[in-house]
Design a protein around this ligand. Structure first.
Ligand code: HEC
Length: 106
């Protein structure tokens, strides 16, 4: 009986842990439709000096500016990057998820 109780508690803990991980990974999922029709156009191939997606070395100095500054760069445009990065309907949250996605190595 004691074993069953302990086992049940372990199972419940594992279930909660897995549920949390799932929620975290889902909320950080970038909007790939928006990525593919906007950011990808320049950032997949590093057009006009754009930091190439998943090139961690290219992104490291950018990330040092902080996420708020990076989101502002996209919204206002930066040199060859047009304002909004061609994603007029992206929210700040979506920008930050897209930037996180682009900056992480593959
Ligand atoms: C028309 C091409 C183009 C598109 C589309 C584009 N970018 Fe860029 N992006 C660039 C270029 C070029 C740079 C480098 C600008 C520089 O530092 O001179 C850049 C730089 C950035 C930076 C670094 C900004 C900084 O302050 O260092 C971020 C973040 C970024 N892009 C995010 C995005 C996101 C998110 C999208 C899609 C919503 C996007 N870009 C779409 C061309 C583009």
């Amino acid at each position: 009986m004691k074993f069953q109780k302990t086992f049940g508690r372990v199972l419940a803990t594992a279930a909660v842990t897995i549920a949390c991980l799932f929620v975290v990974s889902v909320s950080a999922e970038p909007n790939m439709d928006k990525y593919n029709r906007s950011c990808a156009v320049c950032h997949n191939a590093g057009v006009a000096g754009a930091p190439t997606s998943h090139d961690a070395a290219a992104w490291a100095p950018r990330l040092e500016k902080g996420m708020d500054a990076l989101v502002a760069s996209v919204k206002n445009g930066l040199n060859a990057m047009p304002p909004t990065g061609l994603c007029a309907d992206c929210t700040d949250e979506e920008y930050s998820e897209l930037i996180t996605y682009m900056a992480e190595p593959k």
